[in-house]
Structures are given as C-alpha cells and as structure tokens.
Ligand binder design. Structure first.
Ligand code: SF4
Length: 252
C-alpha cells in the first residue's frame, strides 16, 4: 500500500515513493493502452518539422466560449505547484469534492486538497471556528510545509475575512505564528479559474515578500523564473523546458 493511516502523505512525497512509481508504471502498462516510446519520439520529431508548423499555423478553428470553472479551482492548482503545500479551501465541502474530482480525472492522479467544511451554522455565524479546527487538523494530519487558503462562494457571500481569521487561529495557538499560510479571496461570482490562479499566486508572493524581506537585498540569481499561469497541459512544460535549453537559458 502506498498510503498508511499512520502516515498519510500528500501528492509530492507520495509520488516519489518507489512503490508508488511501480504502481503507476503497472497502471500505465495494463490500462492506459499507451503508445511505444519509439512512436512517441517519432511524433515528437515530427512536431518540430516545417510540415507540422505549416499545419499548426493554418488552423482556422477557435473557441469562442471556452470552458470556464470557478476561482477556487484555479487557486487549488496554483497551491499544488508549490512544494509540500496543502491547498485549503475555506467553505463548503461539496465544492472541494468537485475540484478534486476535476483534477483527478484530468491528471489521472490523486489530488490532495482539504476543506473546513462550512455548513448552515457557519453560514449564519461565520466560519472562524471551522478555520481554527481546519488549519490545526490539516497541519497535524498532512504535515505540509505551507497551507494555501482560498474561499468558496459561501464564505465570500457572508464576508469572512481570511486575514483576520488566520490571524485569530494563530493567536489562539491552533497553528504556529511563523507557519506560512498565504491566502487569497476567490469569489466565484466574478472572474474564472484563471483569476483564482492569479490571486493565489499573488497571495503567496505577497506573504513571502511582506513578511520576510526585512534583511533581504534586491538582487538576481541569474535565472528566469517561469510562471505559466493556469496551465493543465503538462506537455507544454516540456516544450517550454526544451525551448529554454535550446536558448541556453537557466530557469527554475
Ligand atoms: S459554489 Fe462557488 S466555489 Fe463552489 S463549486 Fe460552485 S462556483 Fe465554485
């Protein structure tokens, strides 16, 4: 078993287990009906030819009304991009079940995400208690290095203030004062999943620049940090990496 009840691991350490890698390779071989590596290399080579370029640029089809999902879904994907980070959604549990099944289906992998499961009482009196218990449980159960908090419509409609709620949870001792908990308000009645991704990214950057810049100096490490935005097509990352390598650009 890749998971054990005494030691539940989120995606990142789980995916690096030898046992998990073996399971994945077996799943690929038995159920996914994959093409051979030779065929994959052949198509890759073809996709770098002039013939492919001509075909690609002559396409006329275009999507007028692209599929649109809600803001916290984007925020969850953004949080998953940071190492050992647990996405945490302040709001109703059903929304998070939807985000998880959406990503499960797309990536064909288990996706870690927690919710503080607000119900009718929280909708009337506010979700402070849910936030305190939720942050504490999340930290104890999953042992992440960072928890990235976003919100569902419900928390936004009643006006829960994440800055105050997280601050109160720290003051009451549910999470340590110095534990990183960036946050973003992600109301789904405006914007879309891309807005949510951007807001969460801004929230993480804001947290680390506002709180930890006192003794830092503006400088460069000589690398470019590529921020792709809401990007679920992993093949695009490989293409970006290849382009950067060909241009001799050092990146993170
Ligand atoms: S209720 Fe709001 S946050 Fe939840 S899934 Fe629907 S649009 Fe998204």
């Amino acid at each position: 078993m890749s998971q054990h009840v005494e030691d539940i691991q989120p995606s990142y350490p789980l995916f690096t287990n030898d046992e998990y890698k073996e399971n994945l390779a077996r799943k690929k071989e038995m159920y996914e009906d994959c093409h051979s590596q030779q065929k994959i290399d052949e198509v890759f080579e073809w996709s770098t030819t002039e013939e492919y370029k001509e075909l690609n640029f002559s396409r006329k089809a275009l999507t007028i009304n692209p599929a649109k999902a809600c803001q916290p879904l984007g925020a969850v994907l953004c949080a998953l991009g940071f190492e050992k980070t647990m996405p945490y959604v302040h709001g109703s549990q059903g929304c998070v079940a939807y985000f998880r099944s959406y990503f499960n289906r797309h990536f064909k992998e288990p996706i870690a995400c927690v919710s503080d499961s607000m119900t009718e009482d929280a909708a009337v009196f506010g979700g402070q208690k849910n936030m305190c218990d939720g942050l504490e449980n999340c930290k104890v159960l999953y042992k992440p290095d960072m928890i990235a908090v976003s919100t569902t419509c419900m928390a936004e409609v009643i006006g829960d203030d994440l800055n105050a709620f997280i601050g109160n949870a720290r003051k009451k001792g549910h999470v340590p004062e110095d534990f990183p908990i960036p946050f973003a308000h992600t109301p789904s009645f405006v914007g879309s999943h891309t807005t949510g991704w951007d807001s969460m990214f801004e929230g993480v950057m804001r947290y680390f620049t506002l709180k930890h810049m006192e003794d830092k100096e503006v400088a460069s490490n000589g690398k470019i940090n590529i921020v792709p935005g809401f990007e679920t097509y992993l093949g695009n990352f490989r293409v970006i990496q290849r382009m950067l390598k060909e241009m001799d650009v050092d990146y993170t």
